[in-house]
Design a protein around this ligand. Structure first.
Ligand SMILES: [Zn+2]
Length: 259
């Protein structure tokens, strides 16, 4: 029975970022399960805090369209229910001075300014440890995600596209706070195997010291709703990253919206 449950759950899990199929990161069609407004959840949060003895962190607020009201927050929660506004583009996108897996200029080399130095420091320290990290894909615009999703729908139909492709607004890459990375030891691919490489292991143990989290851990797929992505680094700032690392929390758990 347990195996059956796991199997069912795994078929519902989708990927959160670009990979070989690029721009997957979507979800099931959730037309019917509109995100609930967060206002008024205060009492519930407080109860939860007492139960778990955890520090309360106020969940992100959504507008009447179900879009995040503070998309520029460094701790912004982006998932199926918490969507970035249509057309939101960070104003401080910058290309970090780190090795990329490709040479040409491309918007996906960018990440937001607050994450630039931390990411460069992370890469520097990994290099000093003899590890070889390469950046693969960072910022991705709403329009680009929309075009990709539309192309996938044209190719496979909406139902199937929903299984593997992100709808615009639901990709963390639009926030400018995510960067996919890999290593030659994983053939510079975005695959589960990266998590087993020395680079992947080092990131798991050290990313928080630079303000990053492994956003989609292997054992939290039922909470994040996204498949295991050892390559997807998300900047949240040092304090939040260390809290989540110490408490073994995802961003959903950090905000207490993992129910
Ligand atoms: Zn990603």
């Amino acid at each position: 029975m347990k195996n059956f449950t796991i199997l069912v759950a795994s078929t519902l899990i989708i990927t959160g970022c670009s990979s070989n199929t690029d721009f997957n990161g979507d979800k099931e069609n959730t037309e019917e399960e509109e995100a609930e407004p967060v206002a008024g959840d205060e009492n519930e949060s407080r109860e939860k805090e007492e139960e778990t003895d955890e520090q309360a962190v106020e969940a992100p607020q959504l507008n009447e369209k179900g879009e995040l009201m503070e998309p520029e927050s460094e701790q912004v929660l982006v998932n199926r229910e918490y969507r970035l506004p249509e057309g939101y583009e960070p104003e401080d996108l910058t290309v970090p001075d780190i090795p990329f897996s490709f040479e040409e200029d491309h918007p996906k080399k960018q990440i937001r300014e607050p994450a630039v130095k931390p990411l460069e420091e992370l890469f520097d320290e990994a290099s000093e440890e003899g590890l070889q990290l390469y950046a693969i894909s960072g910022y991705r615009s709403y329009d680009r995600q929309e075009a990709i999703f539309a192309a996938n729908v044209a190719e496979d139909g909406e139902k199937e596209a929903n299984q593997y492709s992100a709808k615009p607004g639901q990709s963390e890459h639009q926030s400018g706070l995510a960067m996919d990375v890999s290593s030659p030891s994983a053939d510079l691919a975005l695959t589960d195997e990266f998590g087993e490489t020395p680079e992947g292991q080092w990131l798991k143990d050290n990313a928080h010291r630079f303000g990053f989290i492994i956003r989609y851990p292997e054992d939290k797929t039922d909470i994040t709703g996204f498949q295991y992505e050892p390559w997807h680094l998300r900047y949240v700032g040092k304090e939040a990253a260390e809290t989540m690392y110490e408490k073994d929390q995802t961003l959903e758990e950090y905000y207490g919206v993992d129910e």
